[in-house]
Design a protein around this ligand. Sequence first.
Ligand SMILES: Nc1ncnc2c1ncn2[C@@H]1O[C@H](COP(=O)(O)OP(=O)(O)OP(=O)(O)O)[C@@H](O)[C@H]1O
Length: 315
Amino acid sequence: MSFMQVEDLKVHYPIRGGFFNTVVDHVYAVDGVTMEFDRGKTYGLVGESGSGKSTTGKAIIGLEKITSGRILYEGEDVTNARRKRDSAYNRDIQMIFQDSHSSMNPRKRVLDILAEPIRNFLKLSPQEERKRINELLAIVGMSEDVLLKYPHEFSGGQKQRLGIARAVACNPKMIIADEPVSALDLSVQAQVLNFMKDIQEQYGISYLFISHDLGVVRHMCDHISIMYKGRFVETGKREDIYTNPQHIYTNRLLSAIPDIEPETRIERKLERQQVEAAYRQEQHKYYDKDGKVYPLKSISDSHRVAMSEDEKERV
Ligand SMILES: Nc1ncnc2c1ncn2[C@@H]1O[C@H](COP(=O)(O)OP(=O)(O)OP(=O)(O)O)[C@@H](O)[C@H]1O
């Protein structure tokens, strides 16, 4: 039984223009996303830049206003509560970002950065608070020596560890990880990812793992949703997505994974070219989740699915 459901989530940004600065159109950043989450599992959200992944994550956690849709957490509608600072939802659902540096106040020491969520949600005594901070440092493999340092004194991988320590401070049920390792060197990426997996095993945390990198997602995720122009074009278990992709866009993403096997490189290049050619023919079309086809008005009009009835008639 899933502990959290996202139902038909939409985030549309108004585009203003003209002499009176009126709303002339919308960016359909997220346009009808539905998901559900089980305990201790990792859900991947994959798609190219601008497909709406980060907006989905931020809308779920309450950093973006939702145009329509619902979020249910442990049976309760938290769509509005998620914007209240001290709600249980805000304690239980945390987020880590690609750029952990800018998500930390550069003028605060590690001690205060880690204490902040504890002060907001757990209301411990000063001794208990300090004990919890030391526990958090131990969880992410750091010593107490770092407590009086500032964020700029750490490497990218260390900062991401601190970001994770802050996220797990109040025993969250889910962490939304938005490109958590994209800014790190490959060797550090592997360390942080494995370390995220260890924490998951220890504390039963679920992840919503946002990435454009299908290689990383394969390593991390149990379920994967492929996002394209604000919607999911395909959702499935990891094995199904990688071995039997149904949507041409998924195929295109998969064929773009860099090939490390020299023997299959040429074969893969030809395959990639075929998929690219097919994709070029397909990119004026939009497939909804039931496989129904709609024409896209133009490529630049990328978030709009043709809406008018007579256009739908013509398809
Ligand atoms: N505040 C905003 N106002 C208007 N449009 C926005 C705003 N934030 C995001 N968008 C647009 O919404 C779309 C989805 O953006 P989003 O950042 O969610 O994509 P993404 O898949 O996470 O891409 P990336 O991997 O590059 O971060 C993009 O077209 C983006 O330009």
